[in-house]
Structures are given as structure tokens and as C-alpha cells.
Design a protein around this ligand. Sequence first.
Ligand SMILES: Cc1cc2nc3c(=O)[nH]c(=O)nc-3n(C[C@H](O)[C@H](O)[C@H](O)COP(=O)(O)O)c2cc1C
Length: 245
Amino acid sequence: MGTPGHDGTSELSSTPVAGPAHSVVSATAGSRTAVPSKTVLQIADLAPAERYKLATALIVPRPVGWIGTRSPAGVANLAPYSFFNVMAGDPPVLVFAPGLSARKDTLDNVRRTGEFTVNVVTEEVAAAMNLSSAPFPAEVDEFEACGLTAVPATRVGPPLVGEARANFECVVDSLVPVGDPETGGMLVIGEAVAVHVDTSLLNGTRVDQEALHAIGRHAGNTYSSTRDLFEMERPSEAPPSRPEV
Ligand SMILES: Cc1cc2nc3c(=O)[nH]c(=O)nc-3n(C[C@H](O)[C@H](O)[C@H](O)COP(=O)(O)O)c2cc1C
């Protein structure tokens, strides 16, 4: 069975939306979007900080993976990673990438234990997520330091953030270096073995997107909410080709 909603793309242009939550936009093959004039920047000509800034200002919004780990000594650690996403659905494969220019407790812990949790970041826990990005020493329990409830997971050692509205328990599949060996990152690829979801959000296995209040990260300290959701129906067949002009 294919992955629903994820096996194709549409080249159709659509009307910009500024409507009520969950408005429905219909794709219109005829109306073309203007082509903006662009400045071309060669990555090789940019300083590392400029490369990072452009990438993280344009690939937006990014979900934030709030990663729970445990050191071999048993210290619980928690930190946000916005180089993060889901890359497969069956089983869910979740990935994130700690940068290599500074040592990260999260990477040290996943290397040594092979386990992590992903705690879904919504508006309710955004401030605590931000606090957990502070450079706490490795021996500090960051759940405790951030005033969060460490809930035991069912299949892995690292705890879950009780206050988060959903959590994944993950085992590491592989670690893949990405980008420059010194200033790039280490892609951590994990498979989810259990998922916890706030019961009030669930209808069977459907998650209420309006009620979830997920947030996304933009450039620097900017975030967005998901309070202006809209829908687009996917085309069931290719539109007729445009006549030559
Ligand atoms: C929203 C947000 C997203 C972040 N994303 C990343 C990221 O993708 N990679 C990274 O190396 N650091 C990222 N950071 C910085 C880390 O969270 C920060 O360095 C933290 O102290 C790492 O903690 P650790 O040493 O416990 O792993 C992010 C910070 C914030 C606030």
C-alpha cells in the first residue's frame, strides 16, 4: 500500500489563501503565478554562516523535534532540533541532525545508547522547548531543570515529556555524516517503536490538526503557529496539456 497523501506532487498553481481556518482552495490549471526576478548566490561564494542563514530562512516552517535522551550514567537530557523530520511512514522513520561544530549531549547519548524520544512541540510547550536549548552541563537533568515531567517510555530508556501532547519512542537505525565534516551535521535516523497521543486529539488514528496547535520554526528566533490551516484537493488525473502559443 502506498503512503496516503505523499506519493506525488502537483504542478498546478493555486489562488493565495487568506481565509478562515480550514478553508478549501481549488487548484486551477489555467491561472499562472508570476515568475519573480531572482538573485543567484553560489554556495561556494558564501561564508558558512550565510549558507546556514539562507537555508534556514527559506526551508520553512520546520517542525521542531524535541529530543529526549539518557546518558549511560542515567542523566535525562532534552534539546530541540529543527533539522528534523519524518522520512517514512511504515514504520515511522524520524530523523534529526545535531551540528558538528559544537559537542552536543544529544548526539553523545544516541551514539552510546541507540535510543531517543521525540516530543511533539505545540504552543503549550513552546517556551519550555526554547528553555531546553540552553547549554546545560551534561550532568544536569534537563527535564527537571525545565520544570517538565519525565514520563517513563514503554520500549526505550530515555523519558518522554509528559506535558507534550504526543511523543514517539525511537531506536537508532543509523548515523550518517552530512555536509562538511567539521561544520556540517550528523544525521540520526531512528525508527519509532511506540507513539503516545493526547486522547482528546484522537479519532481512531486521526489526529485533530486544529486542536493540536503545532508550531514551526522559521529563521533565527521566529516561529509560526498552525492556526490558519487550509485544504487543497489533490488532482486525480493530469490536467490537459497547455496549448502552444
Ligand atoms: C528551535 C531550535 C532548534 C534547534 N535546532 C538545532 C539543530 O537542528 N541542530 C543543532 O545542532 N542545534 C539545534 N539547536 C540548538 C540546540 O538545541 C542547543 O545547542 C542545545 O543546547 C543542544 O543540547 P544538547 O547538548 O543537550 O544536545 C536548536 C535550538 C532551537 C531553540
